[in-house]
Design a protein around this ligand. Structure first.
Ligand code: HEC
Length: 203
């Protein structure tokens, strides 16, 4: 009788420790498939299922070609896909100075610091060819790069690419502008140093 109960107790302890060990094993090697892991469960041997055809992740339906590719009727767009406001221009200026001016220079002539240190000199944005290029072309160059220039599609989101294109238009216009292009109530500002003007605008 005593002997039997000892055996029962020993078995119970053995069973318990076995289950604890199994549990630990599970924690080390979770029973799930890693991405791209093989399986015998599905006929094609892949644990990850194919997406249903034409599935689009939420927020990724980029079907507006004007906005997402800078293309209208199969050609580089001549128009912006959004209203060009003062806020868009300010954003464009700031992003241009961050991402483009290191090579293209603050004014777009192509004399940025990286160029001064030996990188290939880009053409000036004030050359007739680029002045006449449609805005969609700028969007495309930022999105896909051009020759020696890498693309900026990962660093610069779509809306910012358009804002930068708008600001480049302003840089180009500034070269050919006359006093008549400046609104009458802002002409007095032209006489003041640029630093002072920027300070006032920042306020
Ligand atoms: C690291 C330097 C560098 C940076 C940063 C850079 N570019 Fe360029 N870019 C170049 C060079 C170099 C070329 C000329 C490439 C060639 O002809 O092979 C060029 C060419 C261009 C052209 C002219 C394409 C043509 O038709 O000749 C445009 C437009 C342009 N860049 C826009 C931009 C914009 C907008 C940005 C910022 C988002 C930017 N680049 C950032 C180096 C740069």
């Amino acid at each position: 009788m005593r002997r039997n109960s000892l055996v029962v107790r020993l078995l119970a302890v053995a069973a318990l420790s076995a289950s604890v060990a199994a549990c630990r094993q599970d924690m080390h090697d979770t029973p799930r498939y890693e991405p791209l892991e093989a399986t015998t469960f599905f006929a094609n041997g892949a644990a990850s299922r194919q997406l249903v055809a034409n599935t689009v992740a939420r927020g990724q339906l980029n079907e507006d070609r004007h906005l997402f590719e800078g293309v209208v009727d199969g050609k580089p767009a001549d128009t912006f896909p959004m209203p060009v406001t003062a806020a868009v221009m300010a954003r464009g200026q700031e992003r241009f100075d961050v991402f483009c001016s290191p090579c293209h220079g603050r004014t777009g002539v192509g004399n940025g610091m990286i160029v001064q240190r030996g990188f290939r000199q880009p053409p000036s944005f004030h050359d007739a060819r680029l002045r006449n290029a449609p805005v969609g072309y700028y969007f495309d160059v930022i999105t896909h790069g051009f020759g020696a220039m890498q693309d900026y599609s990962t660093q610069v989101p779509v809306a910012d690419r358009w804002a930068i294109a708008a600001y480049i238009r302003a840089l180009q216009a500034s070269r050919a502008a006359t006093v008549d292009d400046v609104p009458a109530d802002r002409r007095a500002d032209l006489a003041r140093p640029a630093g002072e003007r920027r300070e006032q605008e920042a306020r």
